[in-house]
Design a protein around this ligand. Sequence first.
Ligand code: RB5
Length: 149
Amino acid sequence: MIALGSDHAGLPLKREIMELLDSMNMPYKDCGTYTTDSCDYAVFAVRTAQAVLSGECERGILCCGTGIGIGIAANKIEGIRCAICSDCYSARMTRKHNDANMLAMGARVVGGDLGRMIAETFLTTEFEGGRHQRRIDQISAIERGEEIG
Ligand code: RB5
């Protein structure tokens, strides 16, 4: 199950991602927003992140105007590694090296076709583990307020 969230600006891109997931036979949970009424992206970043952290959803995809606000908000939550991407290379590498569990994209930055390609890349690329796990463990230690290095 994939968690989806957006604000009003990201809603059109989130709808494109829903179509992609339907075509991939991948179930999703839409954590809002559901209308184009103006709203605050942090609310939907939290709701979507909670669906990932609870284990209900394996990964999450967020959309706002730029992808930046909703991505920054998600990254404030312990356990979330949200990659703000506007290209497929970054989406691929953030899965392989960072084990990103959320992707954020900007509806005003990427078009529907590119957004779908980025999302598909993110969802179909696996984490490489190895030395990258050590680095993710360091990120987790930072979240716990521990010193690293
Ligand atoms: C909304 O106008 C816009 O500020 C928001 O979607 C996002 O781009 C913020 O980072």
